[in-house]
Design a protein around this ligand. Structure first.
Ligand code: NAP
Length: 339
C-alpha cells in the first residue's frame, strides 16, 4: 500500500522533497501541504494531482487523509509539529535541526520514549550519499586500519541575508556533527571553535570557522566551515588511518583537459551535490513508514545529540576554549550509539 504524506513548510527543501515523494517509488503521494505563507501552500498544492492546502500544520497532522508527516518549515518551528505527530502516532520526517535547543530536542526524545516506539527520522542526508556510504564502508572494512585524524571542509558559495553567525554551527556544521558520529561510530567528547582571519566577503559573519572535534576514542577532527567561497559548493572529508588514507573523491562526473589546464565542474549548491542522497533518504523513509516499521535512519536521539554538540560548539565560539560534551544515558529505545 502507498503512503499518503502531508508536508509542512513548502519552501526550498519542502518543494524538493515533494518532488521526490509525490508519485515516488512504492506509491507515495503528497495529499496535503501547509505553510505560514498560505498563498505559497495553495500554489504548491495546485501543482499536485492529489494535494490540498490546509490552513495550519496542526490541522494537517490531525487529518485522517495523512498517514505520515514531513516537516520542512524553518528550524525553530519544528518542535511542536514533531511532538504533535508523535502524539498522533504518525511517522514524521523532520529536516535538520530536529529542534533548535537541547531542551526542545529532549522533549521530543522523551515523547517518543513515553510512546514506546520510534516514529521520528531527522534529515541528516549525508548518511544516504553514495560517496559518504563508500567512505564508511572503506573504514568499516579496515581499508586504512584504525582511523587517527579526519580533515573536513564544508564550503558554501554564499548564504542568504538572514543567515547569522551562529548558523555556521547550528545549520551548517551540524551536518558534520552527525556525519562524524555515524562515520566513526563514536560520540564527540569535546569541541573547540577557532576563528581565523575573516573573509572580507562575510559581512558581520565570522567566516570562515575552524571547528575541532575530539572523538571519544581520541580521533581528532578539523572542519573548515566557509560560507562565502563564491566558486561553488564543496564538501570534503579525508580520514587518515594507521595504514592509509581514504577520502571523498571529486564529485565532478568528468575532468576536462584543454589549453594547458585541467578542470572539473564544482556543484553550485547542496541540491546539486546531494541530489542522490535525498532520493535514497526519502525512498527508504517512505518505505519504512508505509510498512509501519521504525525508521532505519537517524532518529530523535541523533537529533538530540547533534544539538548538544552544536550548543557546546556555540559556547566555544562565543567564549573561546575547549568545551567538553556531556551526554545523558541513551534511552533503551535507541538501540545503537548512533541511531
Ligand atoms: P525556506 O525556503 O525558508 O522554507 C521554509 C518554509 O516554511 C517557508 O515557506 C516558510 O514560510 C515556512 N514556514 C515558516 N514557519 C512556518 C510554520 N510555523 N508553519 C509552517 N510553515 C512555516 O527554508 P528551507 O531552506 O527550505 O529550509 C527548511 C528546513 O530545511 C530548515 O530546517 C533547514 O535547516 C533544512 N534544510 C536542510 C537541508 C539538508 O541538506 N538536509 C538543506 C536545506 C534546508 P515563510 O517564508 O513565509 O516564513
Amino acid at each position: 500500500m502507498g503512503l499518503d504524506v502531508g508536508v509542512i513548510g513548502v519552501g526550498m527543501i519542502g518543494q524538493e522533497h515533494i518532488r521526490r515523494l509525490d508519485g515516488g517509488p512504492g506509491g507515495s503521494r503528497v495529499v496535503a501541504v501547509a505553510d505560514a505563507d498560505a498563498d505559497r501552500a495553495a500554489a504548491v498544492a495546485g501543482q499536485l494531482p492529489d494535494a490540498k492546502a490546509l490552513p495550519t500544520g496542526e490541522e494537517l497532522i490531525a487529518s485522517d487523509a495523512v498517514d505520515a508527516v514531513v516537516v520542512t518549515s524553518w528550524g525553530p518551528t519544528h518542535e511542536p509539529y514533531v511532538l504533535a505527530a508523535v502524539a498522533a502516532g504518525k511517522p514524521v520526517f523532520c529536516e535538520k535541526p530536529l529542534a533548535t535547543t537541547e531542551e526542545a530536542c529532549r522533549r521530543i526524545v522523551d515523547a517518543e520514549v513515553a510512546a514506546g516506539r520510534r516514529l521520528v527520522q531527522v534529515g541528516f542526508n549525508r548518511r544516504y550519499d553514495p560517496a559518504h556510504r563508500a567512505l564508511k564502508q572503506a573504514l568499516d572494512g579496515g581499508a586504512i586500519g584504525a582511523p587517527l585524524l579526519v580533515h573536513c571542509a564544508h564550503r558554501n558559495a554564499s548564504v542568504p541575508p538572514h543567515y547569522t553567525r551562529d548558523m555556521s554551527i547550528a545549520d551548517t556544521a551540524v551536518h558534520e556533527i552527525d556525519e562524524l558520529r555515524w562515520l566513526l561510530g563514536r560520540e564527540i567528547a569535546a569541541v573547540q571553535v577557532l576563528t581565523p582571519r575573516k573573509s572580507s566577503r562575510g559581512g558581520e559573519l565570522q567566516d570562515p570557522l575552524l571547528v575541532l572535534f575530539e572523538m571519544s576514542d581520541g580521533v581528532l577532527v578539523d572542519v573548515e566551515v566557509s560560507v562565502n567561497v563564491h566558486y561553488g559548493y564543496e564538501i570534503r572529508c579525508e580520514v587518515s588511518g594507521e595504514t592509509g588514507t581514504v577520502e571523498l573523491a571529486d564529485p565532478a562526473p568528468v575532468t576536462i583537459r584543454r589549453e594547458g589546464a585541467v578542470a572539473g565542474l564544482v556543484p553550485g549548491d547542496w541540491r546539486e551535490r546531494f541530489a542522490l542522497s535525498y532520493d535514497v533518504e526519502l525512498r527508504e523513509w517512505a518505505g519504512t513508514a508505509a510498512a509501519a516499521q521504525p525508521p532505519q535512519g537517524p532518529g530523535a536521539w541523533d537529533g538530540y545529540v547533534a544539538q548538544v554538540v552544536s550548543d557546546a560548539a556555540l559556547r566555544s565560539l562565543h567564549s573561546g576554549g575547549r568545551v567538553p560534551v556531556e551526554l545523558p544515558p541513551r534511552p533503551d529505545l535507541y538501540a545503537s550509539p548512533t541511531s
